[in-house]
Design a protein around this ligand. Sequence first.
Ligand code: NDP
Ligand code: 2IT
Length: 448
Amino acid sequence: MSIKNEYLQSLYQKVEQRSAGEKEFLQAVYEVLESFAPVVERRPDLVKAGILDRLVEPERFIQFRVAWVDDAGAVQVNRGFRVQYNSALGPYKGGCRFHPSVTASVIKFLGFEQVFKNSLTGLPMGGGKGGADFDPKGKSDNEIMRFCQAFMTELYRHIGPDTDVPAGDIGVGAREVGYMFGQYKRIVNEFTGVLTGKGLTYGGSLVRTQATGYGLCYYTKEMLAANGKSFDGQTVVISGSGNVAVYAAEKTAQLGGKVIALSDSGGYVVDKDGIDLGLVRQIKEVERARISEYAKRKTGAEYHEGCRGIWSVKCDIALPCATQNELHGDDAEKLAVNGCYAVAEGANMPCTPEAVAVFQKNGVLYAPGKASNAGGVATSGLEMSQNSLRLSWTFEEVDERLQNIMKGIYKAGEDAAREYGCEGNLVAGSNIAGFLKVAEAMKAQGVF
Ligand code: NDP
Ligand code: 2IT
């Protein structure tokens, strides 16, 4: 693997040396740098100002111990992280992930992607990300609360409503945000919009819960329309059954599509009659149980072990909404052979580079997550605006803003791709459009 532009290839090699073994981070950096050859040719001023050399290095990376006591009275130790990647456009902004697979590499890849994503929203937000290698599965509500309090007891000193504003991600939803917000408020004795994804009774925004899944569908709708297609009457496969997957499924159905499969890390369910979302929400949101429960309760539905098998289900449109590198080259081949013509990422980096190459070779429309899943953070930005105004907008008001933002993101990627000689390539277009704004801001603010 090598990038054709000499400067970009040598920059990538520097990152590789400095971050040896950080697989996910290197994968994200490579994908971005690979699309920048036309920018480097046209904008020698940005190269001279060292923008790219600075952009690949996070402004700050924090790692800390999180010690807490479980229900049996035993002391548990986890590792917490926050990367404050880039503040050129605004306060650091990005979610926190609680999952046993969380490492420095995962947090850095997510933070790096967040910089471009937040820029694409057009809202004043820099990029950050955090989390811990804590596994929420099987923990009691009290254990979740104690962990969140312990995590915030260190994190609070690094964040603030004008400094860094965390939110949710895998394993972090309204419950966890609530516990973290409460702890922050107790420590600093201030009620501020320091986190987004808050409950509606204490500063949360309407639509934030639905925003990533809804936004994904609004973006996909634009991509389909530009190619003479729509969701209407199409079969759709969605991986995952968490926050993003559930609301992507809801909006798909509202737009006329039929969702026939969902998954979790254990396996997937297929329901040819169309997934019953009420049942999914009961199982996942109320009972916090496994998706296999769905097949036990719904006649005609089947459960299969192994989450990657979901990509062998024949569909028109696929929306990967679980986690990074969940869709491999051979999965992409299966989708293409079965007639799938559009893939849009709800998760961050769910498709491997091999899978993306298969889509591009087969003419499958492909929307990169940093553009198509930006609706979540965009609505977080709207929550920050409402907190600053000390006002709450209606559901319709927020939803309309979200739709306009997603349309704008699609157009920015499409336009930049055309302008920089890679028409139709939303990966390159979105990377370039997101980058240029950050680059101009960094250049204007001097070397830092
Ligand atoms: P949730 O925790 O609500 O749900 C995650 C879902 O993905 C679960 O079904 C989970 O299954 C599955 N999953 C997680 N890890 C794995 C794994 N290693 N292998 C297979 N399946 C897995 O998270 P979200 O829905 O919030 O996040 C999903 C994706 O969307 C992530 O990539 C996240 O970064 C991204 N995203 C989220 C946003 C948000 O606002 N929440 C915004 C933008 C992107 P199981 O229960 O078995 O673990
Ligand atoms: O990946 C993401 O964009 C998120 N998890 C949402 C971040 C946010 O600050 O709302």
